[in-house]
Design a protein around this ligand. Structure first.
Ligand SMILES: [Zn+2]
Ligand SMILES: [Zn+2]
Length: 350
């Protein structure tokens, strides 16, 4: 099969590799869509964050947001069969540790991830290992949901996790720092949860324009205007009920505490690059404003299924967030030009 193989930072090659073979509990899936995630771009530029577990990446196929058709199932797989439309929550817990038994397999210290520590979706075929099938990671795609949307559902589920940590409610004012694909998905989810006003801040004008088109009430070009002032003005000095930091910036994390109203909830959604992760925070803002400051990463299988249901209901349209489609052969160009930040979500159609 043809696959985009990652060999180390900056080095991705289109190669012909052996098609994986499904063992008794495994499933072989023909990839129909695989979305490019910030995580993929980060691995491409600086390698794996857990090289001890994930390896140097030599020969790894990336891509953890994916959907496709079952090609073949192992002899022990009874719940799925050839032709089924499927997607997968990519983080596979061990199944027995304290986090796994709570249903938080995505927080399992020994988790494996399709597209990170296991081969992923930037290929013609991907193997769903027996644990993924047995633990419920594999999900049928509802009829009304396209392969592209099912692939992007992984990112949506992670945003849903962040939103749940903040308990966004009808009437809330939500500030999202970062107008990339994650900011866009947070915007759509916040609106669905009933947020009265969603304010998005970023420094890239084009991206702010797309946020406006997606339904942001206010966009703030923070290269020109002070975000804290703009939010204060919009909320009559109260600040925001919810602040989502949808970018990898320590400055934005600091600012989030200033932006939050008394009793506000903050989510540090984006991780920071290694070496830039010691950030000075004014903890008196947390103390005297009685803030709830949360961090979330990945999503549970339950959340993954919830957002798939939301997509199936037709109440949330993520299609406008998918702004580029490429073939496997073009994937290198996507990675090389990622810094131009031209697109929201790019989907690979092998
Ligand atoms: Zn992702
Ligand atoms: Zn576990």
């Amino acid at each position: 099969m043809v696959a985009a193989v990652f060999y180390g930072p900056g080095d991705i090659r289109i190669e012909t590799v052996p098609t994986p073979q499904a063992g008794p509990g495994d499933m072989l899936v023909r990839v129909k869509a695989a979305a490019v995630c910030g995580t993929d771009l980060r691995i491409f530029s600086s390698g794996f964050s857990r090289p001890d577990i994930d390896g140097s990446g030599k020969g790894r196929i990336l891509g953890h947001e994916l959907a496709g058709d079952v090609e073949e199932v192992g002899s022990k797989v009874t719940a799925f069969g050839p032709g089924d439309r499927v997607t997968v929550a990519p983080n596979i817990g061990c199944g027995t540790c304290a986090q796994c038994v709570r249903g938080f397999g995505h927080l399992c210290p020994d988790y494996k991830a399709i597209g990170v520590s296991l081969d992923g979706g930037f290929a013609e075929y991907v193997l769903f290992p027996a644990e993924a099938v047995a633990h419920g990671n594999v999900c049928r795609i509802p009829e009304s949901v396209s392969y592209e949307e099912a692939a992007v559902n992984e990112a949506l589920a992670c945003c849903y996790n962040g939103m749940q940590a903040c308990g966004t409610q009808p009437g809330d004012t939500v500030v999202i720092i970062g107008a990339g694909p994650i900011g866009a998905l947070h915007l759509l989810l916040s609106k669905l949860a009933g947020a009265e006003t969603v304010i998005v801040g970023d420094v890239i004008e084009d991206r702010l324009k797309s946020m406006k088109a997606l339904g942001a009430d206010v966009v703030v070009d923070s290269a020109r205007d002070d975000l804290v002032e703009a939010v204060s003005e919009k909320t009559c000095g109260r600040g925001a009920d919810v602040v989502i930091v949808a970018c990898s910036s320590g400055d934005a994390q600091q600012q989030a505490l200033e932006l939050a109203a008394i009793g506000g909830r903050v989510n540090f959604f984006g991780g920071l690059p290694r070496g830039k992760d010691n950030v000075v925070l004014n903890t008196n803002l947390i103390h005297y404003k009685q803030l709830l400051v949360t961090g979330t990463t990945r999503s549970s299988i339950y959340q993954f299924r919830k957002t798939l249901d939301i997509l199936a209901s037709g109440r949330l349209d993520i299609k406008p967030v998918i702004t580029a489609r490429v073939t496997l052969n073009e994937i290198k160009r996507v990675f090389d030009s990622a810094r131009e930040l031209k697109h929201l979500k790019t989907v690979v159609l092998p």
